[in-house]
Write a protein that binds this ligand. Structure first.
Ligand code: MG
Length: 256
């Protein structure tokens, strides 16, 4: 299928981002083949799935994620902020998400870190992926170039991707230097000139975050290989899934 749908933090328009229910809601749409999630470490080194460095916006806790143990993080409510229906939803561990995704979804796993904030994050994340034999089903992405370098140092077989919300002149050189084969770019920076340059270098491109049909169609017109990261898999479905049987479907039916 073209312009693959990547559900950003799960089906985050309808469900609390980066939770099991959000990922299950994304999985319920058969055309969602990819989900993007964010990872950080608990104080005791467990990879957990949450976007912000603080707990304040998406849980009933306060302060930095890294100052809490996994046991403490599990006590928090990560669903109520999105609506009463999601009360009691927890912060998942990366292990929880890998178990759920294995054999059904591919994952874009963002390493959420800055500087020396999370020593050992890359290794902990990669060990879990290897444990589930999902190394070929994931791409590890980050804004943090040091994190991307550490991944390659640990195991060069892992696919990595730079996240960027800009279009620097030396983008290709940067990707080459980081050994990235994937680029996660703010959609407004992507046009056909840039896309064809990237494709020629064998870079897989994902654009974010596009929630409207017009924006999705624009990307599709640039290149059908661009992956579309969206909070609205429902809009993606309305835009790209043909609800009526096509001419070829009818032909097949007639033949039978
Ligand atoms: Mg992210």
């Amino acid at each position: 299928m073209n312009n693959l749908c990547v559900a950003h933090r799960g089906f985050s328009y309808k469900a609390p981002e980066n939770t099991i229910v959000a990922i299950k809601m994304a999985m319920a749409e058969s055309f969602v083949q990819w989900v993007e999630i964010d990872t950080q470490l608990s104080m005791d080194g467990i990879p957990v799935v949450i976007h912000d460095f603080t707990l304040n916006r998406t849980t009933n806790g306060k302060g930095l994620v890294k100052d809490y143990t996994w046991a403490q993080l599990q006590q928090l409510d990560a669903g109520s902020w999105k609506g009463r229906a999601f009360q009691g939803e927890r912060i998942p561990s990366l292990d929880d998400v890998l178990k759920l995704s294995c054999g059904r979804l591919r994952l874009n796993i963002e390493l959420k870190t800055k500087g020396d904030m999370y020593p050992g994050l890359e290794q902990a994340v990669m060990e879990q992926i290897l444990y589930h034999h999902m190394e070929n089903e994931v791409v590890l992405t980050s804004f943090d170039t040091d994190a991307l370098r550490r991944v390659k140092e640990l195991n060069s077989n892992f696919k990595t991707g730079l996240i960027i919300d800009a279009r620097p002149q030396d983008l290709l050189e940067r990707l080459k230097d980081l050994e990235c084969s994937f680029l996660s770019i703010g959609a407004s920076h992507l046009d056909s000139t840039l896309d064809s340059t990237l494709v020629a270098q064998g870079i897989t491109v994902m654009a974010w975050t596009i929630d409207d049909a017009k924006g999705m169609k624009r990307l599709a017109s640039v290149n059908s290989e661009i992956m579309i990261c969206t909070n609205r898999p429902d809009v993606w479905g309305e835009t790209f899934m043909d609800s009526k049987p096509s001419f070829w479907h009818w032909k097949l039916i007639k033949k039978d």
